[in-house]
Design a protein. Structure first.
Length: 85
């Protein structure tokens, strides 16, 4: 799945994260969907690197694609998942 929109900014509140997209939309997802983010510190969450394909947290070993977020997909690395975002 590919997307022509990209992330411009990421921000967090107590239970969700919000991504401002290049087309003007803002999309949110609960931190509970992404256990690595849920259990990380605020400082670790702020270390996000935005790329043309999505979001990456080096120290958390977490990658989230914009296409996956737009499709409503949660953490696809869990053992019971059979496909990836």
């Amino acid at each position: 799945m590919s997307s022509s929109v990209s992330a411009m900014r990421v921000r967090f509140d107590s239970d969700s994260f919000w991504v401002d997209l290049s087309d003007g939309r803002t999309i949110g997802a609960p931190l509970a969907w992404f256990p690595r983010l849920l259990h990380s510190t605020a400082e670790e969450r702020e270390q996000v690197r935005i790329s043309s394909r999505g979001l990456h947290w080096e120290s958390l070993d977490e990658d989230i694609s914009i296409a996956g977020l737009l499709a409503g997909l949660d953490d696809q690395s869990a053992p019971d998942k059979t496909f990836a975002a």
